[in-house]
Design a protein around this ligand. Sequence first.
Ligand SMILES: [Zn+2]
Length: 346
Amino acid sequence: MKTIDLHQTVWQQLLARRARLPHALLLCGQQGIGKFDLAVAFAASLLCERLPVTGEACGQCLACGWLAQGNHPDLRLLQPQALAPTADDAGEGEDAKGTKKPSQQITIDQVRALDDFLHVGTHRHGARVLLLNPAEAMNRATANALLKSLEEPIVSTLFILVSSNPNRLLPTIRSRCQTVSVPLPPRAIAVAWLRDAGVAEPDDWLALAAGAPLLALALSSSGERTVLEALLAEVSSGAGVDPLAAAARLERVVKADKRPAPLKRLLEWAQKWLFDLNLATEALPPRYFLRQAELLQELAQGTDRLRLLAFNRKALQYKAQCDQPLNSRLFLEDFFLGYARVFQSA
Ligand SMILES: [Zn+2]
């Protein structure tokens, strides 16, 4: 199954716009649902030179060949350097050796470099497409530089902005785009899509990813599993958790994790766990941890609700703090001491 199979309604809406393309589209929706793939598929459809009946790019013409190789002259992708696959990715992982970290932002230089692309005729006398992903990765100066291009419509040129967080875009940018909301795909289709992609236990991963199938796929096949399982091993003990030992074990997991912001990701999972525990105290089924539904109900029996609510609020602060480098052991100890108190009656 392809990503557009997850979003047939939106896909048909996009195809319907082919005849009279707006100047700029803003695809927005939750993280990890496939907005970018959808944008790429639409760009490919516009650039394909066989005018496919189905609306999908044929995959065989010259233009499709260039697209597949990533060098179609009438398509430009603007994304943070950190998202770009690079040749030396294999050797990456440690950035402590003085090498410059790839930018998390779309830079003003990337936007300025568009001038040549936008102001010569198209190479294939067809459409010209510019993808920005994620659009919120532009700071104000960069967004203002882009605004100049957005303000003067250019013949046969379509800007497609992709965003999981459109509120972070400048209102002037938003107002120049036609917004296309991409909803969460229907659960049954998302589960079938995950199964097709080879994910075992697709329901569980989909729940952990709050219904976003591409995120679920990424989680299921990444080191995230290690982080998640390590956390679950500790929080599952409820009142029996040993805060200091749990902190020591999780600190090792966090340190071994070479992907960005491991402590923050751990805290995000912990927050989701607390969310489900909170639901369980109201005898509601979990939203994220489907497999632990029974355990959550059991733990909820021994939970002091007021303390849980207070700890939930505290967990939000933890997440805000863990952006800063700090002593992760002390931080985790504090977290688990607080977690243990949730199970002590006042
Ligand atoms: Zn084609």
